[in-house]
Design a protein around this ligand. Sequence first.
Ligand code: NAD
Length: 266
Amino acid sequence: MSGLSADLKGHAALITGSTSGIGLAMARALAACGADVMLNGLGDAGEIEAARAAIEADYGVRALYHGANMLKPDEIADLVSEPVKAFGRLDILVNNAGIQHVAKVEELPSEKWDAIIAINLTSAFHTTRHALPVMKRQGRGRIVNIASAHGLVASPYKSAYVAAKHGMVGLTKTVALEAAELGITCNAICPGYVKTPLVENQIDDTARERGISREEVIRDVMLHAQPTKKFVEYDHLNGLLLYLVSDAGASANGAAYPVEGGWTAA
Ligand code: NAD
């Protein structure tokens, strides 16, 4: 991480969906600032353990992992109790876990709709309702919801994702109002396209399918709506995250911040 900092020593953070991509980058950014972190997500056990151990080795904080499935409310409840048991507190909750499925609305399998709403939206309701009592007791808390540019505007063929991300922005505003006097803030970050492993894998596939170059896929397909024609980088999101969770972010509340190169300005 380059030049980004906040003093998070003694803080404990829970980041859902942090075994990959944006969530893992955010967990590393919080750990780099001194926070103990609770990782969560799916994936290969060996790779997850390597990512967890690397955080401890790189930053000298405690990093733990809990494999709660965001489809399962009981497992989510257990996940939120874990940092309190292990670290004695929960200061920062980042609701990041998410999946995507691209199809016309009349062709979207209803199981995909249910899974996207459950993982991308309902899981944040469950983590938040379990985290708030802890944060209230502490008199301080920071909840950061990873929505999307698709929490602010729509694109075709992404009905469930767009609905979930708009819902995430609504949940953010409501929680912010309910907790405002208690030292707790709740905000949403709305990224544009970020070159996570998931997105990287799609470039070659799309180039092959459409018979165009990787560069054309990136510029004309993926970044069509992103005026900078550049991917958002992890640090561009981490800078906002660190501001929001720091003391300087105390008055930033109930907002949905676009970090998408100007996409939603159009
Ligand atoms: P990713 O696939 O790299 O990471 C997703 C994470 O969520 C992984 O850790 C995965 O294991 C976890 N996850 C998925 N299903 C889960 C489940 N049932 N239970 C627990 N964990 C589960 O994707 P990413 O691109 O890093 O996306 C992270 C978040 O950022 C998502 O909410 C996504 O919608 C949002 N986002 C991504 C982009 C982008 O361009 N990559 C843009 C805007 C918003």
